[in-house]
Design a protein around this ligand. Structure first.
Ligand SMILES: [Zn+2]
Length: 446
């Protein structure tokens, strides 16, 4: 009897070793992510030399991944110790012959057998897969999730083509969501992986184009992207953004939102003061964006936010009571301390919009760097409604890297855009799906 107890202990030890082993697999993928994030950071540095914010975000994500890697390296040491102790082989033989004598062994013991086999004989040992398969058959789907997960992960590790249930995702130590502006925590937010943003791709105006007196169309750096890392459908669609940009998948205060009650009253003053200036427009591959020369600002409760750029989404990313509008304009502002505030103006199908008419004349149908249009000026105030009532909430960039800590002000009054103008916008669909509220408060200004 005592030998059986000892053998069970060995099985438990082997199972814990196996857990370490599967974490080691995670560390490999964390390593790949670090490489990807590193490349991303380099690309950002080269292409957006003046875009420190994006760079900062990439570095932050890089740090997070490094933190994840450390505990995994410790685990792999533990695992090496367990492997060394079991390398001789007789323990597995003893266990197998002992179990064979028993009529019915438990799922846990069967799993332990698989784990011990994999540990001592390697993941291509057919006996290991066989043992896990048997454990899977023995597991009752309702009450034995842990056993099922262990068996599925074991089979996957043994190279079997098996889909591991999403509930079985292995918790990696230190891999907590990186919510900078974490709102009230929400449990099990499985939707957050819905996609992300970019509004701030190009949150900075492109290279400074002041002081030039030439009349040539000016191409500034910052508009062109190397390989597109994300898009709005298919393999690079919003539900995949989290793979490369963790905050898009794990953030708890993401934008856009479906705006619906209950609201809380808030007295925040929002006073835009936009100025006429040179027209600098680009197609960044995700949207049409207008980079605004210095001087236009909005005062939010007295704090000055400089208007950097504005851009368009079709349909509107924000929804009101579950309904999107034809389009939305996001005016992206930044304070002296680096805080971001986005003013959203919803566009509703109706009469032609004269401001948009001007912009569309110079909007490029395909990705193209910033172009300063000679002799043409523009005032972003032409795109604002008369009424400044708004809904407001804390959110994120709506494009990768989905950085949080962005305050949104969505104006309640839409402005018109004609159907032809909507159709002429070169992006058929560039709206991230609405994100979970996760307990955030939506403020109404009246
Ligand atoms: Zn946007």
């Amino acid at each position: 009897m005592r030998i059986i107890i000892e053998l069970v202990l060995v099985a438990a030890l082997a199972a814990s070793g196996f857990f370490g082993w599967s974490n080691l697999q995670k560390s490999n993928s964390a390593g790949a992510k670090i490489t990807a994030a590193t490349i991303d950071a380099q690309v950002s540095a080269e292409m957006l030399a003046d875009s420190e914010k994006e760079l900062e975000t990439a570095e932050e994500e890089l740090d997070q991944l490094r933190e994840q890697l450390e505990p995994l390296q410790a685990k792999s040491l533990e695992l090496a110790a367990v492997k060394a102790a079991l390398a001789g082989g007789p323990i597995l033989d003893d266990l197998e012959s002992s179990y064979k004598k028993q009529k019915n062994i438990s799922v846990e013991r069967q799993l332990g057998l698989g784990a011990l086999r994999m540990l001592t004989k390697g993941s291509d040992d057919p006996g290991a897969a066989e043992a896990f398969r048997k454990a899977l058959q023995m597991s009752d789907w309702n009450s034995r999730k842990n056993s099922i997960c262990a068996a599925q992960i074991g089979l996957a590790a043994a190279g079997e083509k098996i889909k591991v249930m999403s509930e079985c995702a292995v918790q990696v130590p230190g891999a907590e969501p990186a919510a900078h502006a974490a709102g009230p925590a929400a449990h099990g937010d499985a939707h957050a992986a819905k996609g992300a943003e970019p509004d701030a791709h190009g949150a900075k105006p492109g290279k400074d184009a002041h002081g030039k007196d030439g009349k040539d169309v000016k191409h500034a750096a910052g508009g062109a992207h190397a390989a597109p890392h994300w898009g709005y459908d298919g393999a690079m669609g919003p539900d995949k953004w989290g793979n490369e940009f963790p905050t898009c998948g794990k953030g708890k205060a993401q934008s856009p939102l479906n705006i619906q009650g209950p609201f809380s009253r808030g007295r925040i003053s929002v006073n835009p003061d936009y100025k006429t200036g040179a027209l600098k427009i680009l197609n960044n591959g995700h949207t049409i964006q207008v980079n605004v020369p210095p001087g236009s600002k909005v005062r939010i409760d007295g704090v000055v936010f400089e208007l950097l750029q504005f851009h368009f989404h079709r349909p509107s990313e924000e929804q009101i009571d579950g309904k999107p509008m034809a389009m939305v304009i996001h005016f992206v502002h930044k304070s002296a301390t680096g805080k971001l505030a986005v003013l959203g103006v919803l566009l509703k199908e109706g009469n032609e919009n004269p401001g948009i008419k001007t912009l569309w004349q110079y909007a490029q149908p395909k990705e193209a760097p910033e172009m300063e249009v000679p002799d043409v000026t523009f005032n972003p105030a032409n795109l604002l409604p008369r009424e400044m009532d708004f809904f407001s909430y804390d959110g994120s960039l709506t494009t990768p890297p989905c950085t949080e800590g962005v305050r949104f002000f969505i104006l309640k009054s839409p402005v018109n855009v004609s159907r032809e103008q909507v159709t002429a916008f070169p992006f058929r669909a560039n709206a991230r799906p609405v994100q979970p509220l996760n307990g955030r408060t939506i403020i109404t200004s009246n």
